[in-house]
Structures are given as structure tokens and as C-alpha cells.
Design a protein around this ligand. Structure first.
Ligand SMILES: [Zn+2]
Length: 360
């Protein structure tokens, strides 16, 4: 059997749900799922309960990761529109500042233009400002991507647009780049491998923010992948019971399925292996200014194509919206800082082996 050696994946967008919703996932189960998916480092978002927006909540979360993580990690700082002080005090310890310009899961939305502007003005870096924006239902001038691009331009802040909602937005981001805005962007596997065609079958299991797009728009994302900097999972687990409730929360898991889906796309020659590693390893490290963990890598067994299973995942939520999709490659072994941490479906290190990714 042919095996493939990769440097490992850095997933720049995950929600490990710890603290606040550990029945969905916690820092241990989430980082085990990461290793199972060939991911050696995850960047965790701040919309926890309580949100990671000040010294107390940031240090509490860092302590949780330090105790439980088995992959490496970085933490985003959030901003709740109240105090600027934590942005100044904690910026060097966070991988970046995450701003929610549109409502999503959790209660951390900053829509007021003034507090948004003050965050863009105050953020001292070195990480970028990462934004959650939804597609424009309104005229372009009131749309949140434009708001973010304008503020990044005005305050000369590096901006990262998370999970770009629609291929048209890629073109707007590209125009902003041409005007000198320092902006990078990411797309998710669910916007590349699922579409609105899957919604009748998936129901609430296909609901996330931003929502799935049409097959034609998915094809346009693939055509303009040259404008994309990062592919990140936006791993956002919810239990089956929650998804089957009358008010299902948005979000899908993705840590264990991104690499095999992308390797299938490589096999189909929709992107090269080199480009896949740019999007999932080199660029995330570079954009967030992080150093790759030394002596680390992932060995993938490349056999025949197979269909992703409906169960048997490490993520606590236990399901995948990609079940049934064709995939390539199985993660055989993961080495992290000189140690084999994952082999043949088992974690080989204790909770707490994972470390904060160092600044490059
Ligand atoms: Zn997210």
C-alpha cells in the first residue's frame, strides 16, 4: 500500500465548545478528532459560554486547553463591544481577534459600527482581525464584508475573512487587495463538497452559517480557488438531539473529513497536493504568524477510494454531514514534536500533550 507523508494540517477555524458546551465536544475529544483527521494544530474561536473576551475568560480557556489538548492549538480573542482593554493586554497571546459582524451561534455579535471601528483602531496585532460575515441580503453599501474591508483599509489592519459565504465575495476581496487592503480569506469543506442539493437529504444536519450554496456557486468556488488563502473546517459540532430538535443550531463537524475529501479532490486533479498544503498548512501558519511544531508530520495510507462512514468518529457529536461522500486516504500515524501521538485509530499521549503554537 502506498503511503503519503505530509507535514500535517493546521486547521485555522474550529469551535471546541470548551468551556460551555462540553456535551457537544471538549478540548480533549476535539483535539483527538483533529489528530484522527491528520490535523496537528487547531485555532479555536472565542464564541464560548462564557465568550473569550477578557483576561479571566482567556486564561480560563488557555488552562483548559493546556490540561486537555492532545494536538497543538492557538486561541482567538473575541470582542463583545464593551472594553477595548483586553484587546491591548492579550493580543500577543492570542492568534488573532475574531469579530462577528453577523449573528451566528452564541452571543458574540458586534454590529454597532462605532464599536467595530474602535476594535479595528485599537487592535495592536500581531495576529490579524478575523471576521465572520454573511452574504449580503441588503444593498452592497450596507453589507458586512464591505464594512470589514473598509475598516481594514482605514486602519491598515490585516484582515482575514473567515468562511467566505459566496464566490462573488472572493471577487470583492480580490478588488480590495488590488486597492491595497491587506486581506486574506478562507473557505470551508462544506462550501466545496456540499451544496443546496444536499439540503433535502441532510435537513438540519446541513444547516450552518454561512449557509450552503447552489451547485453552480460551489463550482465557481473551485474555479476561483486561486483567490483563496486557507481551507479550514469551521468544525462546529452539535449533538444529534440538538440537530433533531425544533430549533436546530447551525454548524457541522469537519475535523476528521477535511483531509480525505481534499485528497480525493487532489486525486481528481481539482487541485495539486502542493496547493492543498499551501491552503491547509503553510498559509494558516503564515497568516497567523505561527511557527510549525518541530519534528511533526502525518502519514496517510493511500488505497482505493472509499465512502466516508456515517459513524465511528472521534468527535463527541458522532456524525458527519459528509457521510457517503467519496474520500481518499486514511490517517495512519501522526507525529507531533518527536512523539507518535496517533497510530491506527488510537491516541498515544496523555491529555495535555498539546501545546500552544509558538509565534514565528
Ligand atoms: Zn466558526
Amino acid at each position: 500500500m502506498v503511503s503519503l507523508s505530509l507535514p500535517g494540517i493546521i486547521d485555522a477555524h474550529v469551535h471546541l465548545r470548551d468551556p460551555g458546551a462540553t456535551h457537544k465536544e471538549d478540548a480533549y475529544s476535539g483535539t483527538v478528532a483533529a489528530l484522527a483527521g491528520g490535523i496537528i494544530g487547531v485555532l479555536d474561536m472565542p464564541n464560548n459560554t462564557p465568550p473569550t473576551v477578557d483576561r479571566r475568560t482567556f486564561l480560563q480557556k488557555r488552562e483548559i486547553l493546556k490540561r486537555k489538548a492532545v494536538s497543538d492549538y492557538g486561541l482567538f480573542l473575541g470582542y463583545d463591544g464593551r472594553s477595548i482593554a483586553p484587546l491591548l493586554e492579550l493580543s500577543g497571546q492570542a492568534v488573532g481577534l475574531k469579530l462577528y459582524l453577523d449573528e451566528t451561534f452564541g452571543d458574540l455579535t458586534t454590529e454597532e459600527p462605532e464599536s467595530l471601528a474602535s476594535a479595528f483602531e485599537a487592535w495592536p496585532g500581531p495576529g490579524p482581525i478575523a471576521v465572520h460575515v454573511e452574504d449580503a441580503a441588503q444593498p452592497p453599501e450596507s453589507d458586512s464584508i464591505d464594512v470589514a474591508l473598509t475598516l481594514a483599509h482605514r486602519y491598515d489592519q490585516p484582515l482575514h475573512v473567515c468562511h467566505v459565504p459566496h464566490p462573488d465575495d472572493l471577487l470583492r476581496i480580490e478588488r480590495a487587495r488590488q486597492q491595497g487592503v491587506r486581506v486574506t480569506c478562507e473557505v470551508t469543506p462544506h462550501h466545496l463538497f456540499l451544496s443546496t442539493n444536499d439540503l433535502p437529504r441532510l435537513g438540519a444536519y446541513g444547516q450552518m452559517k454561512p449557509p450552503l450554496i447552489s451547485p453552480a456557486d460551489v463550482a465557481r468556488f473551485w474555479q476561483r480557488l486561486d483567490l483563496v488563502d486557507i481551507i479550514a473546517t469551521d468544525h462546529a459540532p452539535h449533538t444529534r438531539a440538538e440537530k433533531e430538535s425544533t430549533d436546530p443550531p447551525p454548524g457541522v463537524p469537519g475535523l476528521e473529513t477535511m483531509l480525505p475529501l481534499l485528497l480525493r479532490a487532489v486525486d481528481e486533479e481539482r487541485l495539486t497536493l502542493e496547493r492543498m498544503l499551501e491552503l491547509t498548512y503553510h498559509n494558516p501558519l503564515q497568516i497567523y504568524g505561527l511557527r510549525p511544531p518541530e519534528d511533526s508530520g502525518v502519514e496517510v495510507e493511500m488505497g482505493a477510494r472509499y465512502r466516508l462512514p456515517a459513524g465511528g468518529y472521534q468527535t463527541r457529536c458522532g456524525w458527519s454531514p459528509f457521510a457517503g461522500q467519496w474520500a481518499m486516504g486514511r490517517v495512519l500515524r501522526v507525529r507531533l514534536r518527536g512523539q507518535v501521538v496517533w497510530e491506527e485509530g488510537r491516541v498515544l499521549v496523555q491529555p495535555g500533550y498539546g501545546r500552544a503554537l509558538a509565534r514565528g
